[in-house]
Design a protein around this ligand. Sequence first.
Ligand code: CAA
Length: 285
Amino acid sequence: MPGIERVGVVGAGLMGSGIAEVHAKAGLDVTVTEVSQPALDAGRARIEKSLQRGVKHNKISEADASAALARLTFTTDLESFADRDLVVEAILEQEQAKLDVFARLDKIVTSEHAIFASNTSSIPIMKLGMATQRPAQVVGIHFFNPVPVLPLVELVPSLLTGEETIARADAHATGTLHKTVIRSQDRAGFIVNSLLVPYLLSAIRMIESGFASAEDIDRGMELGTAHPMGPLRLSDLIGLDTVKAIADSMYTEFKEPLYSSPPLLLRMVDAGLLGKKSGRGFYSY
Ligand code: CAA
């Protein structure tokens, strides 16, 4: 199987920066792109901060953190992805924007063995594959936030993903990144979000109806079921715009009321109260 040494990450937000970090720590040459210089600078700062946090927690030495940073190249020019063996798309959860990225990558990336992966939580991999001339090389590789900490990856082949692509993506996630892989069919939400998102939406409906306070809902799940964080703090961590986007995709796919966003979530997203990344969601940061 052709090896994966040169990796491109499209998007340096919460997920893209974590994905770039774990690839650089695994010794790979990583190029990260963003649509604007400020977004790129913010992504770089996020990676530097996370590497320093890893050093503080004795997860990585100062020297290895510096070496990982040196393996990262930051650019706003997607054209520089021509020589990449693997590209992981981690832009915002918007179908048309992702389709555009895949169509552009198809023209830019020259290696005939290159794998195009998406970190989408909910947009069909099949659609992303069909935006390219090489759907057999398009696959979902879905990471979890914080990427450097959480050990899971969902591997999502589409109907047309080739066996070799699946095997290479699996070997990469397990052998190189040391993640645990679970496989899901190409259905909005895959395994984890199909269970997680209705739970998060239920917690938001609880607040909306005056059933309990955010603190008590979260404390209930943390102390009563040993979750590391309750559903409202977790929604803030994921980003309320992202929770809404995933719920929308699942609702579009299944038309189930349990996937429909409660009005409170819609209003908070309209207000820019997106959670930890914007400084305020159900909590202030
Ligand atoms: N690099 C490496 N390791 C790090 C690190 C970093 N930057 N930051 C923290 N760590 C390690 C710490 O060393 C610690 O490891 P040990 O347990 O071995 O000591 C561990 O991570 C926890 O770190 P902290 O003690 O600093 O933090 P915490 O205990 O408060 O946990 C948390 C923070 C990891 C976020 C935890 O609360 C948690 O796991 N929350 C749930 C997160 C979750 O469910 N995420 C999934 C969201 S869904 C998603 O992402 C997919 C989607 O499509 C929406």
